[in-house]
Unconditional design. Structure first.
Length: 429
């Protein structure tokens, strides 16, 4: 077929060394490789020739110009074919007889770029950078063999990465979460990316030897957890430590279901449960040392201006509730039911300093437990000293409990018309 397109349907024999000039191909017939090399597309064929489809003879001056170029060349062995100045359309290909009649030699492949361009003056203005001579400085490259090996290795790595869809989804999600401070705060509740990475680097050395929770196995410390030189046995983690860390924070922050998280991270729902339970327990154990009860002097040094009228405020307390699934046992449903939330919940007492730092978190209680009972039984009162002031909501009926510790309860201002009245309770009425 190429012999017909090349006007060599005569006795010309095609071999593995036969070549054809790039001038006879369109710009769209070429493509670039990863190393910027220009190669033909598999479906390309020569379609640009200076020819006629009739039987008229070439002009004398064209023949003389061809002969001059042939005789001036050192080697005129490699030839291509040309007829008259007209491009052949693909859908109007000439017949075999027309091609055989119009065959004659044009330019040698040994000619310089300038000589070839002289023959194709009509096409010179249509040339793009893809038609530059590969021997010119502008199209040469300084890639070495090692550079090409590196490129091929990178191509193989990217091909494998694209083929591993679960890993690719995890990578994209992690990039979305850690894009900037706003995305970190939305997905994890941590204010900045630097703060997130600081927490992770703090727990990373201990997290590398986590023993994942399993309801069918006994607890206890394993041998590989006691020795720093012993590697954790078993199969390699599917997720990296940072991905497991983000999975836990995202679920705590957004409350995503296990099925949703299994789709995002490309793991099973059971793996999501194991990772979440393990990391929540681990973070509670390792980060509890960051919850410190400050001294009175530390509180005064950092006291905000809004608390200048209440300089002895030590802690601001409130109970918070977390929704849970409805238990199976009726007795458990009753004890965890919260009338305030209208749902089954778990309840905890939380205390913060005037600057907003957590200074106290109690254990969890069932949702039906009163605020007073949690305050009395959680151990919170043991943290108070004489002269401390506790700020709480009006629903906290703990004045008598604080008086036993010689502390006072401050109730926040209440709106009464246009006047704010602050109630300071010091004695039992």
């Amino acid at each position: 077929m190429w012999k017909i397109f090349c006007r060599r349907a005569d006795q010309f024999e095609v071999s593995s060394n036969s070549t054809i000039c790039c001038q006879h191909f369109k710009v769209d017939d070429f493509k670039r490789t990863l190393t910027k090399r220009r190669v033909l597309k598999p479906t390309a064929f020569p379609s640009i020739f200076q020819s006629t489809t009739g039987h008229e003879e070439p002009r004398e001056r064209d023949i003389r110009a061809v002969k001059r170029r042939l005789f001036s060349s050192r080697e005129a062995t490699c030839t291509c074919i040309v007829t008259k100045h007209r491009k052949i359309q693909v859908n109007k290909s000439p017949t075999r007889e027309q091609l055989q009649h119009n065959v004659f030699q044009d330019h040698s492949y040994c000619f310089s770029e300038g000589a070839v361009n002289n023959v194709h003056d009509e096409r010179s203005n249509e040339m793009t950078e893809d038609h530059q001579n590969p021997n010119e400085k502008g199209t040469q490259t300084e890639l070495t063999g090692s550079d090409l090996d590196h490129v091929m290795l990178e191509v193989d790595r990217l091909t494998k990465e694209i083929g591993d869809k679960p890993k690719l989804k995890r990578k994209i999600f992690v990039e979305d979460v850690t894009k900037n401070d706003a995305t970190v705060n939305f997905y994890t509740g941590i204010s900045t990316l630097k703060c997130l990475m600081a927490i992770f680097h703090f727990i990373q050395p201990l997290a590398s030897k986590l023993k994942y929770w399993d309801s069918g196995k006994r607890g206890g410390t394993k041998n590989y957890q006691r020795s720093a030189n012993t590697k954790k046995p078993g199969k390699k983690r599917t997720l990296s430590l940072f991905e497991e860390f983000l999975l836990t924070l995202v679920r705590l922050r957004l409350g995503l279901l296990r099925t949703h998280l299994s789709h995002i991270f490309g793991i099973s729902e059971s793996q999501v449960s194991k990772i979440f339970v393990t990391w929540v327990t681990f973070l509670a154990h390792e980060l509890k040392q960051l919850i410190v009860w400050p001294t009175r002097q530390q509180l005064k040094d950092k006291l905000p201006q809004e608390f200048n009228k209440f300089p002895n405020t030590t802690v601001i307390i409130d109970c918070t509730e977390i929704f849970i699934e409805k238990p199976t046992l009726p007795s458990a449903q009753k004890t965890t039911w919260s009338e305030y939330k209208g749902h089954n919940t778990m309840k905890t007492l939380v205390g913060i300093t005037p600057t907003g730092t957590f200074s106290y978190i109690s254990n969890f209680w069932s949702g039906s437990t009163s605020d007073r009972k949690i305050t009395q039984g959680s151990g919170f009162l043991d943290m108070l000293h004489k002269g401390d002031e506790v700020m709480a909501d009006k629903g906290f009926n703990v004045q008598d409990l604080l008086l036993k510790k010689k502390a006072k309860l401050n109730i926040p201002p209440l709106a009464k018309g246009k006047v704010l009245v602050f109630l300071k309770v010091g004695v039992i009425k």
